[in-house]
Each structure stands twice: as C-alpha cells, then as structure tokens.
Design a protein around this ligand. Sequence first.
Ligand code: FAD
Ligand code: SF4
Length: 511
Amino acid sequence: MSKTLRLILGDQLNTQHPWFADKQKDVTYVMMEIIPEQLYVKHHIQKIIGFFLNMRHFALSLKQQGHHVIYFYLDSAENQQDFKENLLWLKQKLSIKKFEYQLPDEVRLDEVLKEIQKEFKESKVYDTYHFLTSRNEVKDFFRGKKQYLMENFYRYMRKKHQILVDDKQNPIGGQWNFDAENRKKYDGKAPLKDALLFKRDVTELVALLDKLQIPYFGGINKKEYNYPVGRQEAFALLDYFCQELLPAFGTYEDAMLKEHVTLFHSRLSFILNLKVISPYEVVQQVVKYWELHQNSITIAQVEGFTRQVIGWREYMRGIYWAEMPDFKEKNFFNYSTSLPTWFWDGKVKMNCLKHCISNSLEHAYAHHIQRLMVIGNFTLLAGIHPSEVDNWFLGVYTDAVEWVQITNTRGMSQFADGGIVGSKPYVSSANYIDKMSNYCKGCFYDKAKRHGNKACPFNSLYWNFYIAHEDKLRSNQRVSMMYKLLEKIEPDEKEKITEQAKKYLENLNSL
Ligand SMILES: Cc1cc2nc3c(=O)[nH]c(=O)nc-3n(C[C@H](O)[C@H](O)[C@H](O)COP(=O)(O)OP(=O)(O)OC[C@H]3O[C@@H](n4cnc5c(N)ncnc54)[C@H](O)[C@@H]3O)c2cc1C
Ligand code: SF4
C-alpha cells in the first residue's frame, strides 16, 4: 500500500475536513513551524503566539483521535526551516509515495506547493472545506460585468445558502441591507460589555521566540494570553457574541470609543481565519440565536453581521484570487512616502490615531472602522506607499492573512487598485471621526479648523487629497459632490488649506 504524506498549513486548522473522518494507517500528517514564515513581515507577538498555540493544539487533537502526526517545532533538531526540505526529508525517511495538501489561501504558498508537488510520483490537492465559495466563484459571478459590486454578490450568497431568506427567496425583514441603521455613534443606550478573554500562560513560547531571536513587535501579557485556542474556545467566543454583543452589534458597528477597544464586535476574525471554525457555523448559529430572540434583537443586527461574514469576507477572498498577483503591485496614486515612525509606538498627538494605533499595538486588534476610517484614512491622505501600509497591517493584527488583509488594505482602504474593491476612496475629514467617536474631545488639535494653529490634520489633508488627485478622481461620479463643494471654497482659503497640508506632509513624524 502506498504511503501518503498530508501537509496541513498553519491557517488550515479545520478538524471538520473530510481528511479526518476516518483514520488511515498509511497516512501521515505533517505540520511545521518555520522561521522564514515569521520573517516575511515583522509580526505582532500575539499573532505569532496565536498561530503556534492553535497549530499545536490542532496537532495534539489529531493525535488524540489516533491519527499519525509529525510536528516540526520551531526548535526541533530535524527542522530545516523550509517546507520543501522538510517534506523531502520525510519522503525519504518514511518512503512516501504520495503527497497531498489543501489549497492554500496565499499565492506565494500556492506556487511553493505546486513546485513541491513535482517531487512526488503521485499527488492530490483538496479544497479546505472552509469557505462558502470556491476560489473562482466571485470571478465567475462577475464575468462580463464592468465592475465588482459586493451587494449583488451578497444577495446571491443569501439566496444560494438560504440565509435570512423566505421560501420565495425574498429577504427576511423586507430588505436586503440595513446598512443605514448601522451608523450610530455610541450613545450609552446599550451597556458596554467586557470582551471575552481566555487567560493562558505563554511565557515558555515567548522565551522560545526570544531564544531564536525571532523579531516581533507589540505588547503581550505573557501570563494571560487572551485569544482563543481550539474549537471549544472558538464556540465560547461565538456564544458570548450571540448572547452579549449581537443585540447591539449592527447599531454601533461603526462607532468608536476611547474607553473601549472592541465595543460590540465579535473578535472572531482570528479564529475564523485559522479555519478553526467555519463561516457557515458562525452564521448558522447567529441566525438561529436571532430566530429564538426576535423580541429583543432586531433584524438589522443579524443582517449586519451576516453581510460581513458571507458577504465581505467571501467577496474579498474571491477578489484576491481574481486579481492577484498584479493586485500586490497596484499604486493608483503613485505614492512613495514612508510610514511615520509613530506607527510603531503610538506616540502621536492626533488623538484618534493615538488610540487606534496604541490599541493595535497593545491588543493586535482594531475594529473595522478604526482600520478603515482612522488609520487607513490617514495613510491614504498622507500619501504613504501602499506596500508600507500593507506590511504594517499584515504584521499588526492577529487576523492578518494576505487574502483578506491586502484586499482590505490596498483595495478598500487605500484605493491603490483604482476602484476594483470599492467604487470611491474611503477618506474623511475630522467631521466623520467626530461624528462616530469621542476622540476629538480633548485632542491636541482643533477639529473645526482647516488651517492655522493646531488645525486638525485630517481637514487640510482631506481637501488637499481631492485637489492633488483631481486628474484621477474628477470623473468618478461617486465623488462629484466633493468637487462641487471644492469649487465653492474661495481661492485664498484653498491656498491656505494646501499650504497647511504641505506643512503637515513635510512633518509627518511630528504630528
Ligand atoms: C485596512 C483594513 C485591513 C483589514 N485587514 C484585515 C485582516 O487582515 N484580516 C481580517 O480578517 N480582516 C481584516 N479587515 C476587515 C475587518 O476590519 C476585520 O475582519 C474585523 O475588524 C475583525 O474584527 P471582528 O472579528 O471583531 O469583526 P466583526 O465586526 O465582529 O465582524 C464579523 C466578521 O466579519 C468578517 N469581516 C468583517 N468585515 C470584513 C471585511 N471588510 N473583509 C473581510 N471580512 C470581514 C470578519 O471575519 C469578522 O470576524 C481589514 C479591514 C481594513 C479596513
Ligand atoms: S481633532 Fe482631528 S486629530 Fe484630533 S481626534 Fe479629531 S479627527 Fe483626530
């Protein structure tokens, strides 16, 4: 009987995969902690720890089920710190005939594994059985269309998977999208809840990284590492979300607060992206919970959440596979500036950025609007090179894996793709940040000023952005309103704004 080697990558921790339905004597599973995977960008310490803890937990649970598993620890003597070398070593050692792997969700690894495949007489590639769509489903769905439109894809997903639709395929609640009800500033009407934290001592693992001089950044409480490990904790997080956070999720989805990092967000992205839990499991449970509690939870809450998981998440993955690798080179505005130094320590006088960046550095987490409308908004207005922005976002968040990070960062947030993901740049002045948060209160800068002493940088940079990129943006219908407003600003005022912006752009590190 031929011997088979099956590779499981660090973000393929799906215990529900058909591979594991029965034990096969001739199959060996292999998992690896590899130093170069820790180095392609500088990662947050909590991200590295979260991956390793979940990989080790997964390997152990497979072993406990009776599967044969070989696990290369970061410091295993036989670990050659390379996927190919380790696999060829095992091929020899175990007289392996057949190599099998699951489709990776990264172009780089896709290429690496295709090459490795050639080293084996026989090989087979499997789906990961995680997503609700195949790799090319978004591409096929939009074939022949001028533009990707998430809303159309989202409705297709709702119907295809029978989620929040009635038996005539109409949306439950009478409309497909309740986005207009998801834009409230936090007004105290729903009590804030603490995030559900899992407390785990990771001192030894951090010591291992230090011993091997793995570079990392960000804070960690070594005695109380708090991201979930394994399915049980993933479901505990999901239960907690349904019971405590879902009732106000949609209403305050875009709100930001100095005093609270996660508000009513689920924090499920990390464990979802490792594939420990599936999007279908998450959405099924959330919808079921809502069905049982319709008296206290409105449709807007559950629809808002569903849209993120079966809409945006699947859509971004589809765009990744449709547009990569070219997508990685996109730089629509030809930006070249480096990230300000305070992205690495949070020491900036702009209160909104201080909070969002400090939270990211401390918790390896920021919610969507903090990423999009504060941090990403700033880097877009400040002309930062999209690769610098990508590298920071890819390193800092525990949930950052390329397929979902780059489409959100370079696409949705930086408009470096010129409008593939979104139809207009997501930029704002202080007005929006003040509307959705309490950051402006007590800020060093004055939210109402466009220029002059302590004028909020977002204001001059915002108008300067439209002025500087008029050639590229004026024809975009979705921003025509901004150009109408710009025309109403007196030339003298415009000059003051651009001068102020120039001053700030020349001194980004001291903002
Ligand atoms: C610049 C930028 C970078 C981002 N980088 C990442 C990233 O590296 N990894 C990542 O998972 N998400 C990323 N996002 C999307 C989103 O911000 C995070 O998924 C979300 O903040 C995770 O927190 P949560 O689990 O509490 O989300 P919730 O608000 O509770 O949302 C529920 C789930 O919906 C999914 N989701 C929500 N928005 C998106 C989106 N835009 N794209 C894909 N899935 C979404 C996530 O799986 C999330 O867990 C990024 C967004 C921006 C603007
Ligand atoms: S005033 Fe400007 S810099 Fe300060 S918090 Fe408000 S938007 Fe941010």
